[in-house]
Design a protein. Sequence first.
Length: 225
Amino acid sequence: MSIAENIEKVRNDIKEACVRSGRNYDDITILGVTKTVGADDIMCAVNEGICDLGENRVQEFMDKYGKIPNVKWHIIGHLQTNKVKYIIGKTKLIHSVDSLKLAEEIEKLSKKANVTTDILIEVNISGEETKSGISKEEILPLLEKLDEFSFVKVKGFMTMAPKFASEDEIRQIFRNLYKIFVDISRKKYNNISMEYLSMGMSSDYVIAVEEGANIVRIGSKIFKQ
Ligand SMILES: *Cc1c(COP(=O)(O)O)cnc(C)c1O
């Protein structure tokens, strides 16, 4: 199947999942994950209307940034503090903020560049040890601190399901984070708004949409031909 056909399939799956779960298809952003994908293939996806792109490594992001016009870039992979300087002012959203220290560095460099940087907090719902992301219990204390920030704006949460989890387990994880997302959105913060819930990849985006995701991060299902 071509990239265009892959995208059509993904869109149809998401539309059907929206119908099943009473959601609005227009509320959902398909983020094209372009790691290891070359510029020509990326342009195919962009031409099909995939305008939000995600990279998980800073080096690869820098190689591609500027080569693909009219797109919004997202950083979705684990971000080291010493790499923040390369991405400030270039991202629509950083999905993978998982420590106060990293947020402080983003705050500091955003202030210096006089830009605001929108971030998501990466949460590790399953408690799986190999995964990055903070635990459920760490969410509120971290948000209390980030609410004091000026140049970093928290816009929601991101999570990844464990690789070998069953469909039921994955659904529970997504459902759990959606609940927290809704709870937090009812609290009064100055600097925190729950706009984005980034859950679901090629193998589990249908479940993620059914359970409330409004950004799905899809790589192989779009770019594998
Ligand atoms: C690679 C990656 C994805 C996309 O994975 P696919 O299974 O290829 O869709 C999504 N999120 C993150 C954080 C990734 O690193």
